[in-house]
Ligand binder design. Structure first.
Ligand code: PLP
Length: 473
């Protein structure tokens, strides 16, 4: 029998044995996570590198290696992990990830991924219906950053009546976006060669919403200067604050001026699933395109992002510079060759997690999740407002809450430093994981309540812990 390492690496018996052990370890991890004292074992970057450099020199079997990875990782399923917007995955999607990794059906062309291509069409059409796009279609791509770029490239292709892709543009093109938008929108514009002048930043009001009443004046000024604005990006919500822009107002403005409206719903587009909170998305159905991250509020593993277009034909436009409107009525584009429509050539079988969750649990899983997490965000905001030594940055819309510790007796100019230190102590301590942000120049602590196991008691405990830590600073 062939005893080569290569042969061993493909041994089904070994796969079975390691696989069973790993699943047991992960199931124990989930079952016992609440009892774990810490959600994060902080090491600075150089310490962490030194550890793994040394580890590579030691003998470890697969289980010992994977167990060490598990133990040293940040534990997003821990109820006191309330930091960034990455979701504790629905555990079944860890199993579909194994399936996807083993099958490795790359799906650039249909033949290489018949199943995930068909499922992707189903998933995206399903999401389009939720958004209110009766005749919509789109793709899945690797993250919100690429999703926004995919949609904006399409916007330029559709709205500018020249072939900018091949010939560039003789005049300055631009998009409009809130100053609070995710930095990736700015990055997308720069990648498109729009330059700094090509990103017109609109100020936000006291509630951190894009000031819709300023849009016309900013647009008119740009136009007078010879800048050709072709799109406006709305945040639903913006990442730092969790505040939704006024989509209806933005839709009215973009229709009046014949602009492409894109909604960056990476985080909160998922509120289409919540009867209680979908009013924040009122007007989304009028947008030309929407992105929604499945790895944020839809319980999927990273990365998977819906890019949905209201007009099916637009979902073929991003990388196809031929005028697709020339299709005859009965000529069908090749929906099934996804590589023509996405950045990725080879792509993971992204759709299978969403498809599986719908199949096993139904839509109610998403609606329960979004509603519960947003409700908890509102409850936490109430708790902060009722605590004299804490300040809420802004009334919340979602499960993202910004606040700061501001006890009596600490002067305003020391509050930023105090909150910076609190966050650093919490990070190194590891019992809670939260983040921070700057809003209008002021430091705030920030939580994204992504975990269905997190309760108001944990959040109340967070405030107690902050008081205790601050007392020692
Ligand atoms: C998270 C986020 C992004 C970036 O998405 P990735 O999936 O991390 O690339 C973009 N926009 C908003 C509003 C976000 O919240």
């Amino acid at each position: 029998m062939d005893r080569s390492i290569l042969h061993k690496a493909y041994d089904a018996k070994q796969f079975r044995s390691i696989g069973h052990q790993l699943i047991d370890i992960l199931a124990d991890h989930l079952a016992n996570i609440e009892e774990a004292e810490k959600c994060n074992h902080w090491a600075n970057p150089n310490e962490e590198f030194t550890f793994w450099e040394a580890f590579a020199q030691e003998e470890h079997d697969a289980i010992s290696t994977m167990k060490t990875i598990l133990d040293r990782s940040i534990h997003i399923h821990h109820p006191r992990y309330i930091g960034h917007q990455v979701v504790p995955t629905a555990p079944i999607t860890a199993l579909s990830s194994i399936l996807s990794a083993l099958l490795n059906n790359g799906m650039a062309i249909y033949e290489m991924g018949a199943v995930p291509s068909a499922m992707e069409r189903y998933a995206v059409k399903h999401m389009c219906q939720k958004i209110g796009y009766q005749d919509g279609d789109g793709v899945l791509t690797s993250g919100g950053t690429l999703g926004n770029l995919t949609a904006l490239l399409c916007a330029r292709q559709v709205m500018i009546d020249r072939d900018v892709w091949n010939e560039g543009s003789p005049n300055q093109l631009a998009i409009m976006v809130s100053e609070e938008a995710h930095y990736c929108v700015d990055r997308a514009a720069k990648i498109m060669g729009l330059g700094s002048q090509g990103v017109i930043k609109i100020p936000v009001d006291d509630e951190y919403k894009m000031k819709t009443e300023l849009l016309q004046a900013y647009y008119d000024k740009a136009t007078e200067e010879g800048i050709q604005v072709f799109a406006i990006v709305a945040s639903a919500p913006s990442t730092s604050t969790g505040i939704y822009d006024d989509l209806k107002g933005i839709a009215a403005f973009s229709q009046r001026n014949n602009l492409w409206m894109h909604v960056d719903g990476a985080h909160g587009g998922a509120a289409v699933y919540s009867d209680k909170y979908k009013h924040y998305l009122s007007g989304i159905e009028q947008a030309n395109s929407v992105i929604i991250d499945a790895h944020k509020m839809l319980l999927n593993p990273a990365l998977s992002t819906f890019v949905c277009f209201r007009d099916t034909r637009h979902s073929y436009q991003t990388f196809n510079q031929k005028a697709q409107y020339l299709w005859s009525q009965d000529e069908q584009p090749e929906w099934y060759n996804y590589g023509k429509r996405t950045f990725e050539c080879t792509k993971r079988m992204m759709s299978i997690h969403y498809y599986l969750l719908l199949q096993i649990y139904g839509e109610v899983l998403f609606s329960e999740f979004v509603t519960r997490q947003y409700e908890l965000g509102h409850k936490f905001a109430r708790l902060i407002k009722d605590s004299e030594d804490f300040e809420l940055a802004v009334e919340v819309h979602s499960n993202i809450v910004c606040f700061r510790y501001a006890p009596d007796g600490v002067s305003q100019d020391r509050l930023d430093g105090l909150n910076d230190n609190i966050r650093q102590v919490l990070l190194e301590d590891g019992v809670f994981y939260i983040v921070k942000t700057k809003l209008k120049g002021v430091t705030y602590l920030r939580v994204s309540i992504m975990n269905p196991q997190t309760t108001i008691e944990h959040l109340s405990e967070l405030l107690m812990t902050i008081r205790e830590k601050a007392a020692l600073l």
